[in-house]
Design a protein around this ligand. Structure first.
Ligand code: FEH
Ligand code: ZN
Ligand code: ZN
Length: 348
């Protein structure tokens, strides 16, 4: 039986639609009929990857942010029923180390020995009609959550939630948190901060429509990225500076803003892969006592918490749907920064 899939077949070449064999689940595997697959900026990094820059073996199907319905089970599969709607826990580690055994595949101890990071990242992913998952431990039930709301939780939602979780100890009443970049991840981070902390949320972006999205997401204040943005933000924190900053862009300019607005003893989560570098030295110009995290994706228990938040109505994903056959157009719009919220591809 054949199925349509968006395949990466050569480094530096754009992915192309193809007909491939629909997989049959064996052992503990689960076959998921895809309802939606999110498009992530990391997909662009993969597509643009120079030969040898990533450990992945070609060809494979893209798509690491997926929601759908369990369609078939391998004979040893358990923990999911045929017909159950699910969202993918996308980081796939070795499956045997202490981290993977406790649902923290994002920090697998054997990561450097693997030729993949997960579905759509060296293994066949969900920009396809069906996705084969190694076991039900990589699936979280979503009930009747719409697929275009559920799929982005798998990566944009989980990555934002994990980044906030690393700072939450510092975000009590009266604190200020700055979110730099209000795109697919940032707009969910604003909502997660509002739903799980009492910190004031200040948003920064280069686009007015992103600041409008931040406002709709519950930000207390939003401002455009300008030369005096650090001063504008500091003024909003009573000049003490921000207790926490989440940089979802990660360029030299945004990191400069982040460290320029951070309070001594504050927390910086460097989330975006924008190519920026942070020079840490002593003595140096960075705020004394600040702590830096480089969060990557999230854990399976956290994904279940994100789904619970979404099903409670605390999270709304701003998404734009495209048919899977229009993936090249969607990729182009993401490249040009012309997407609002998260792009979701739907098999057609
Ligand atoms: C996945 C694989 C490699 C780098 C970054 C990512 C993120 O999109 C996962 O959130
Ligand atoms: Zn991603
Ligand atoms: Zn592992």
């Amino acid at each position: 039986m054949k199925m349509r899939a968006l395949r990466l077949t050569a480094w530096g070449e754009p992915p192309a639609p193809a007909e491939v064999e629909r997989p049959t689940p064996r052992g503990t595997e689960v076959l998921v009929q895809v309802e939606a697959a999110g498009l992530c900026r990391s997909d662009l990094h993969v597509i643009d990857g120079a030969p040898g820059s990533l450990p992945y073996r070609l060809p494979f199907t893209l798509g690491h942010e997926v929601a759908g319905r369990a369609a078939a089970l391998g004979p040893d599969a358990d923990g999911v029923a045929v017909g159950e709607r699910v969202v993918l826990y996308g980081p796939w580690g070795c499956g045997a180390c202490d981290r993977c055994a406790t649902g923290r595949d994002n920090y697998c101890d054997r990561r450097d020995t693997l030729t993949w990071h997960g579905a759509g990242l060296g293994r066949d992913g969900g920009m396809a009609e069906y996705l084969l998952v190694p076991s039900a431990r990589h699936l979280v039930p979503i009930g009747d959550l719409p697929a275009d709301q559920a799929a982005p939780l798998s990566d944009a939602g989980l990555t934002s939630y994990h980044a906030v979780a690393g700072l939450r100890h510092a975000l009590r009443e009266g604190t200020s948190t700055v979110v730099i970049g209000v795109g697919g991840l940032g707009h969910l981070a604003v909502q997660i901060l509002r739903a799980t902390t009492t910190s004031r949320v200040l948003a920064v972006d280069v686009r007015e429509d992103a600041l409008a999205l931040a406002d709709r997401s519950g930000a207390d204040f939003g401002t455009l990225m300008r030369p005096d943005t650090a001063r504008v933000l500091r003024a909003r924190t009573g000049d003490a500076g921000a207790d926490a900053v989440l940089d979802f862009v990660g360029t030299a300019k945004t990191l400069e803003l982040a460290t320029g607005v951070l309070r001594p003893g504050g927390e910086l989560a460097f989330v975006g892969s924008g190519g920026g570098c942070l020079t840490v030295s002593k003595p140096g110009v960075l705020p004394p006592g600040f702590r830096l995290s480089l969060p990557f994706w999230g854990t399976r228990p956290e994904l279940a918490e994100v789904v619970t938040l979404a099903r409670s109505g605390a999270l709304h994903v701003e998404s734009e749907r495209f048919p899977l056959s229009a993936a090249p157009e969607a990729i182009g719009r993401l490249r040009r920064g012309q997407v609002r919220g998260r792009t979701v591809l739907v098999p057609d």
